[in-house]
Design a protein around this ligand. Structure first.
Ligand SMILES: *Cc1c(COP(=O)(O)O)cnc(C)c1O
Length: 360
């Protein structure tokens, strides 16, 4: 068996010890005589798995007691709709920051339910900058302020948390959650599709403050109603049980690594190695302003785009896969989620130097 270094943006690499543990427990979990996949979600065994996963996530992120943690389906994209449907309440308008492709998708979906005020946009800069906070045109009547802390496609990450001055702050953390510590109390709601930095696809984590629950519009589908799901322990219908279990294994692995402070150090080191390699070369480049470069998703281009195909082919032969950039951006993108070992980044940097020497 040969495992590659998988730089996919998502679904993405998982920690090898997690996959080994899942393999060992595949046919029967903890004396139950069955796989986790075969268990009823209402039984003692699965409920113990679910509760442990939630507790471990709460420990890792230091989630305060007055927040619910929901384990839902539908991906971050379902939350693009669920958020306005649940949080609009009596208001009509919502504030969104536009820093890239995922911001735009969130905005387009919210427009179906609310009047969207785009408080700031870096589209004119091709999403290579974060609009300075002083320039944001906030609407004091907005129900909430939404932003995307890490743009997975553009590789643009906020180095700061916006000061929402009492308005609920909503964050799509799909590609940055668990990569570093974050002060949850600054947010009204945090959501993330699992398939980047949490676990397999099919699970969506929502962390929502108690006072924001219970104001959904009457038309909201019950499975997307935070009150219904909070009261049912995320089991108003069948939850994604196996993905929830695997996410729980990832949380245990993160704790064993030393938690999010330790992950941040490792992630900074990994990203710095790759950005240094890019910046110290005239052959590779990254367009994002240095203070806002993503720790998780590193897009880069070659001086000669004609070489893209051969770069990808040779990288693949060297066991470095899924480096093709998003079709909207072109070039390359290396995603460096928690589960990407530092040796993978070293191998990529070494390959890039060798390729440059041969082709530049
Ligand atoms: C991947 C991604 C999404 C979409 O997630 P789905 O689970 O496919 O709906 C949304 N936002 C961000 C920031 C992402 O990286």
């Amino acid at each position: 068996m040969t495992r590659v270094y998988n730089f996919s943006a998502g679904p993405a690499v998982l920690p090898e010890p997690v996959l080994e543990r899942a393999r060992d427990e595949m046919l029967e979990w903890n004396g139950t005589g069955m796989s986790v996949m075969e268990m009823t979600h209402r039984g003692k065994a699965f409920v113990s798995i679910a509760e442990r996963a939630e507790q471990d996530l709460r420990d890792l992120m230091q989630v305060p007691d007055h927040y619910r943690v929901l384990f839902l389906q539908g991906g971050a994209s379902a939350q693009f709709a669920a958020i306005p449907m649940n949080l609009l309440g009596e208001r009509r308008r919502v504030d969104y920051v536009n820093t890239g492709a995922w911001s735009k998708k969130a905005i387009a979906e919210a427009r179906k339910y609310a009047e969207v005020n785009v408080v700031a946009s870096s589209e004119a800069d091709h999403f290579t900058t974060i609009p300075p906070f002083e320039t944001w045109q906030r609407d004091p009547q907005a129900a909430y302020l939404h932003y995307t802390p890490n743009e997975t496609i553009g590789g643009l990450e906020f180095p700061w948390i916006p000061e929402s001055s009492g308005m609920p702050l909503v964050a799509d953390m799909s590609s940055t959650i668990l990569s570093r510590p974050v002060d949850v109390s600054r947010f009204g709601l945090i959501y993330a599709g699992a398939q980047k930095n949490i676990g397999p696809a099919g699970l969506t984590v929502v962390i929502v403050r108690d006072d924001l629950i219970g104001h959904a519009m009457p038309q909201v589908p019950s499975v997307l109603d935070y009150r219904v799901q909070a009261e049912a322990g995320s089991m108003s219908n069948t939850p994604p049980t196996y993905a929830w279990y695997l996410a729980g294994l990832v949380f245990q692995w993160l704790k064993a690594q030393g938690g999010l402070e330790a992950m941040e150090q490792i992630n900074r080191r990994k990203a710095q190695k790759l950005y240094n390699a890019i910046d110290n070369s005239a052959f590779y480049s990254n367009p994002v302003e240095p203070v806002s470069r993503s720790l998780m998703n590193v897009p880069f281009t070659l001086a000669d785009p004609e070489l893209d195909g051969i770069f990808l082919k040779e990288a693949e032969q060297a066991g470095l896969t899924n480096l093709k950039g998003h079709r909207s951006v072109g070039g390359m993108r290396a995603s460096l989620y928690n589960a990407m070992p530092e040796t993978g980044v070293d191998a990529l940097v070494e390959f890039m130097a060798d390729f440059e020497q041969r082709k530049a």
